[in-house]
Design a protein around this ligand. Sequence first.
Ligand code: 2P0
Length: 358
Amino acid sequence: EELQRWILMVTARAPTNIAVIKYWGKRDEKLILPINDSISFTLDPDHLSATTTVAVSPSFTSDRMWLNGKEVSLGGERYQNCLREIRSRGNDVVDEKNGIVIRKEDWQRLHLHIASYNNFPTAAGLASSAAGFACLVYSLAKLMDVKEKYQGELTAIARRGSGSACRSLYGGVVKWQMGKETDGSDSIAVQLATEKHWEELVILVAVVSSRQKETSSTTGMSQSVETSELLRHRSQEVVPKRVLQMEEAIANRDFGSFAKITCADSNQFHAVCLDTSPPIFYMNDTSHRIINCVERWNRSEGTPQVAYTFDAGPNAVMYAPNRKVAGLLLQRLLFYFPPDSSKTFSSYVIGDTSILEE
Ligand code: 2P0
């Protein structure tokens, strides 16, 4: 009995990622298999990341999870799929110093406690599921000493939590290849370039509204697949070519091409949302003003200075080629959205990531 009073834990951190070629639409909703490839940049873990501690102990009587200090249900199918897939791959874990011996088959009966925190407000409408599920899968894999049988196996498990989560298991530039198998074994993320590849690039996040979005990504993309003809054209004709162009632009650090493709892909994604029945509106007036501001600046310079991209919400993410241009961008944003306006727009800069808050 005395020997059973132990707890073993692992803590890990995973950042969120921002897609420049968007994932929108599933061909298999249960396995979370997409209808096109997507490409994203994983952010620096100091900002917009999830930190998760997973613990196992013979004294735990059920699997439990706390998110930002509040207990949440693990009953959902996505959590259950991730837990089951990781558990079935668990290995023997022996901690001789503390006399802990866990056999691989024990993972099926031992219970887990999971505590996860986001270092950014969940309510800010910035993707938290990507960082959250990537971090959960990674920390559980460490705890249970899971070894990948093939490169990217863990990304395929994170994908079962949330599609975009598979891209957060790697840093730098990551491609989620849609794959062609029906079991999803080849629908994995691959790293296209490390974080060292394009170090001068600055990513700026402007929080336009912290209101929760009305249509979840999961629901929205399902409605788009059902009703949008533009999405069929996008996934079959546009994205395959765009992915190749984007890979080339990134490999060459060609900011002009990168910016053009990034903006075009964001705009087509939001056009697909409008083409959905009933239409989905993720951007608001402020989002549109930011697009205008960037487009006018880019046009006046004759070559793209910055790129913008918007996900399933009104917040803007902007890419600048270096700190100097990022500074000029921030100046422009502060001019158009002054901090002392009646809306008490305030700004704070956290390293390379600046957040404008309404
Ligand atoms: C992306 N988004 O590529 C796109 C762009 C939103 C717009 O991935 O149903 O939360 O969990 O697979 O991953 C958001 O979708 O959806 C997303 P599920 P997810 O980043």
